[in-house]
Design a protein around this ligand. Structure first.
Ligand SMILES: C[S@@+](CC[C@H](N)C(=O)[O-])C[C@H]1O[C@@H](n2cnc3c(N)ncnc32)[C@H](O)[C@@H]1O
Length: 296
């Protein structure tokens, strides 16, 4: 069977198993097996598949039909036009998080800027910020060692590992005992799905992605509360905190910024859904920490 015949057959198999965008999935998986871009499948349409390639393709199709995310099968996920290495056990970057990265970048001064990325996952935000802001230095924290290793690998791949320090640890605790700067900005796409919503998640999320990366306690805001509460101890005077949330959480999340914060607002994605809350630590005129803030 040639490439185009294989794709057509695979697409109909995936469609029968309820996979959305079956043609796209079939092309991406075949491209992964034969090491061709999707369009090259068609420019090489009559190239036959070897027995080994056919076997490898079949195995990936069966896993995809069983719900395994495409990105885990190919080991790659797109974010802000770049390809990031991902793998099982580590959250797959979503396009809606691009709002967070863009708003973070928008407010950075042109010179050296120290950024803290809490819950970095595969390092997609950290790497994009380092690439687009050549003087940014990012501390990228995750409590999952596999995520931190992927972040380091993605930083190497894009040549920014000299400006990304990836640390394993629980939020700000990861900075303890290290010479850590006060940050110009803290950004986080934390777990924020309420525990009660697990049943409603698509199978490929619920059964394949790490729950620790997704669930944020009873109302989804457990991790967000900790991030907001202890941020003042780690921000420069006038520094910004940006946190991704779900549309339905925006009011409650904005209410967390009580006292000591100004310019509390939210940003919408292209579909008009609130995705990010942002606030600025009230400028004290001192370059250091708000003396009343708690360290953590
Ligand atoms: C929703 S994912 C976001 C990953 C990535 N930043 C992105 O935007 O695609 C949340 C990440 O936070 C990490 N995480 C969850 N709880 C954490 C904690 N207490 N301390 C540090 N990282 C945490 C998870 O391992 C996961 O990688």
């Amino acid at each position: 069977m040639n490439l185009v015949e294989s794709v057509a057959r695979a697409a109909s198999y995936l469609e029968r198993h309820g996979v959305s965008s079956p043609r796209l999935n079939s092309e991406v998986l075949l491209g992964h097996v034969v090491r061709l871009e999707r369009v090259e499948i068609y420019t090489n349409y009559d190239r036959p598949l070897s027995a080994a390639e056919a076997e490898a393709y079949k195995s990936l199709l069966v896993k995809r039909a069983g719900g395994c995310p495409l990105q885990y099968l190919t080991g790659a996920a797109g974010f802000m036009g770049l390809s990031f290495e991902v793998g099982p056990g580590v959250f797959i970057p979503r396009p809606e998080t691009e709002v967070l990265a863009l708003k973070l970048l928008e407010g950075l001064p042109p010179g050296r800027a120290e950024i803290l990325d809490l819950g970095t996952g595969c390092g997609n935000i950290a790497v994009c910020v380092a690439l687009r802001h050549p003087s940014a230095v990012v501390v990228a924290v995750d409590n999952d060692r596999r995520a931190v290793e992927l972040c380091e690998s993605n930083a190497r791949r894009y040549g920014v590992s000299d400006r990304i320090r990836a640390l394993v640890g629980d939020l700000y605790d990861a900075l303890e005992g290290r010479s850590s700067p006060l940050f110009e900005a803290i950004a986080s796409n934390p777990p924020y799905i309420p525990e009660s919503a697990v049943g409603g998640l698509p199978v490929e999320v619920r059964d394949f992605e790490p729950m620790e990366a997704l669930l944020g306690g009873p109302d989804g805001l457990d991790v967000v509360r900790r991030i907001v509460r202890y941020a003042p101890a780690h921000l420069k005077s006038g520094g910004r905190l940006l946190v991704e949330i779900d549309d339905g959480q925006v009011e409650e999340a904005m209410n967390l910024f009580d006292g000591g914060w100004e310019e509390v607002r939210y940003h919408e994605d292209l579909a008009g859904r609130a995705r990010v809350v942002e606030a600025r630590l009230v400028a004290t005129g001192l370059s250091g920490v708000n003396p009343c803030s708690e360290h953590r």
